[in-house]
Design a protein around this ligand. Sequence first.
Ligand code: ADP
Ligand code: MG
Ligand code: ZN
Length: 584
Amino acid sequence: RGYATPAPAATGPAPEPAFAAAPRRDFVGSDPRAVLHEVYGYDAFRGEQGAIVEHVVSGGDAVVLMPTGGGKSVCYQVPALVRPGTGLVVSPLIALMHDQVDALVANGVRAAYLNSTQSPTERAAVEQAYLAGDLDLLYVAPERLNTEATLRFLARGRLSVIAIDEAHCVSQWGHDFRPDYLALGDLAERFPGVPRLALTATATPATHRELTERLRLPKARHFVASFDRPNIQYRIEAKTDPRRQLAAFIRAQPEGSAGIVYALSRKSVEQTAEFLRTQGVDALPYHAGLDASVRAANQSRFLRDDGVVMVATIAFGMGIDKPDVRFVAHIDLPKSVEGYYQETGRAGRDGDPSVVWMAYGLGDVVQQRRMIDQSPGDRAFKTRLGQHLDAMLGLCETIGCRRQNLLAYFGQDSQPCGNCDTCIEAPETWDGLVPAQKLLSTIVRLQRERGQAFGAGHLIDILRGSSTERVRQQGHDALSTYGLGADLSEQDWRSVIRQLLARGILVSRGEYGTLALGEPAAGVLRGEAPVPLRRDVLGRSTTPRVRKVSASDTLADGDRALFEALREWRAGVAKELGVPAYIV
Ligand code: ADP
Ligand code: MG
Ligand code: ZN
């Protein structure tokens, strides 16, 4: 119990309608606690579950904001069993629906779904069961529910409750917006007297207001759980060599830890999984481009075996009920704090200590800005995406407690937590005013005097006085700031630029991520205020637990370059002398 079975493949012979196999049990009018015990085997309601169930059983509407893993399903499933009729569940993801229904049927609940993966015969069997009053729970995809035919059909049977899961999908500004959710507000009129619940793990005050309004739940009682996941340790470090940093992070975790690594692209998923395998990690890839059978096999290994690390795009994890995921790692920046929270929330659902880790760098900021620029959608939409990104960058660059920053985003006040990287190793800060001025004035000169704009790499070459071909060709070695920034390493400069971007002092434009001045840049150029920057901590991904990192894993980039140069030099000398390299 607890581990959901993988979704059945869409192809192959049509299975028996799942609900037919379940032994018939009737819980109507039972004590909710007894249902919880008998059906799920749980001893007690958790958190607000009991209060929510009681409220809904007695016919009230509810808005439930509860973090992922908090136990939202029970909040509508138990009332559906206790009240006469069938509980209608609107759920946006077909795979999620399959998993939930399978798990319910395994527990003896008469559950079924209606969606596009079914044959007409399968659908007819489910419809018949509903009309005969033989279903406890019916899961429906929103696009199916929005047809007049489905609504009329539902009206011919009896509904006990209506649950709208992942209710934040109704928010047009959210990252999971589903147009079909907009029409769900009409259910209020179609089924008066049927209590409705909206449930989500996305709880910004704005989303909360929006979903209450759009789903027409003015009289609902609101249940807002704490979003804190105290057993999760948050860590974010500067990206230099993400795969090596990732391998070091994973090696620092206790032997046999299961984990998820999120990457943005399919290619990156495959390459990272492959790299980790060369490092002795039992890593498997998972993304939508893989064969369904490979996906299913990898998923069931992850669920079944110890110590499997799933490298995946964000498509993986929704509805996967594996309570002992010990770590979640991001090697690319999530698009929003909500996304980050959801994805990291898949760690430690069992309440045991878990670590979430992310490597984040200048390239991420440039790439995400570019994706926003190129996204279809009007200006207001892009502005919103930009705000989501800004909040995410704020979390990455904070010198305060990460958890405090995260919870504040969800409208929750808290104290510094003592269980995040910034609490454990207070970040060092330094005044970046002078380097910022050197950089900004270089950008201004190039723009004003030559009408040119460049990306970070070339600007760093100019500032560090590198005599690259491009620098010579463009005559940029004649600029007054040429070589003025040689006191900082390339990595330092990337850190400066990344932080200036995160604060809008710099903006990144176009396909090549050329840099331009943001609004606050004028004040910086005038030297009106210090520019406190955090000093990047590299390779300190270890928790105070076991530490298994080799020296080369913790080398900062500069050190690594030196190390490499030395090794090359030794190899060269050895070759000249005709002796083995270890003698030199
Ligand atoms: P959510 O939908 O909020 O992400 P789920 O409903 O999927 O959460 O539940 C998350 C996990 O918590 C599941 O493993 C579930 O079995 C477990 N769970 C839920 N309620 C209880 C409870 N009262 N006691 C013990 N475990 C519970
Ligand atoms: Mg859920
Ligand atoms: Zn903290």
